[in-house]
Write a protein that binds this ligand. Structure first.
Ligand code: DX5
Ligand code: ZN
Length: 217
């Protein structure tokens, strides 16, 4: 049975009324809270940090999926755990000792994730899949919500799925960027287990309904 999970990205949420959007996710068919952390160095944007994560954690009834778009993530792994991260994803492009980083994330009691930018080959992950509970394929260049989906991401998902199956790993595939109701089914069929969506959910007239449509329920 294939997974069809949805993780709404709070980058597109209403920060003036966060409680309302947290409650919407709690009562919807969504599975995880996706929180994007940007440092203005790895990506050309700055988002939010520990106080916001802790605030979401207080109300959230579902796991927090924290996506770090920051350099030197090793300096903060423990702090993200304390703030409430259940799944912690770092970028391949900034981790010199990725094996160590992923092992530490697991040792802290979180699920480990590794993300790759659109230019990073999925094949580079072959020797690290066993340490990763999930691989996050960026289907836009990270930094902003509301960007256009990069089409060759579909082939990248399929290639990664094949690698995971061949190795017999349990690693999940998450896809992030430009996901909406029009491409969701194609992405799940290509091998995605979790779809992240920001604009397609929070800018929709009926966010809970948008989640259902992405999920195909
Ligand atoms: C982009 C972030 C995404 C972003 C997705 O750098 O990692 O999670 O919020 O937004 P949409 O779904 O609007 O492309
Ligand atoms: Zn993200």
């Amino acid at each position: 049975m294939m997974n069809r999970l949805v993780a709404p990205s709070f980058l597109s949420a209403d920060f003036g009324n966060l409680n309302k959007d947290i409650e919407m996710v709690n009562t919807s068919q969504a599975d995880w809270f996706h929180l994007d952390i940007m440092d203005g160095v790895f990506v050309p944007n700055i988002s939010f940090g520990f106080p916001v994560i802790s605030q979401v954690k207080k109300m959230a009834k579902k796991p927090l999926d924290v996506h770090l778009m920051i350099v030197e993530p090793d300096r903060y792994l423990e702090k993200f755990k304390e703030a409430g991260a259940d799944i912690l994803t770092v970028h391949y492009e900034v981790c010199t000792h990725l094996h160590r980083t992923l092992s530490q994330i697991r040792a802290l009691g979180m699920k480990s994730g590794v993300s790759i930018n659109p230019h990073t080959s999925v094949e580079l992950l072959a020797d690290i899949l066993e340490e990763a509970d999930l691989v996050l394929i960026m289907s836009v260049n990270p930094g902003f919500g509301g960007q256009k989906f990069i089409k060759n991401s579909i082939q990248r998902i399929a290639r990664l799925k094949e690698m995971i199956t061949q190795k017999g790993c349990k690693t999940l595939i998450e896809v992030d960027g430009g996901v909406d109701t029009s491409n969701a089914a194609t992405l799940y069929n290509a091998g995605a287990d979790i779809l992240v969506a920001g604009n397609a959910i929070f800018k929709a007239e009926n966010p809970a309904k948008a989640i259902d449509l992405i999920k195909g329920v």
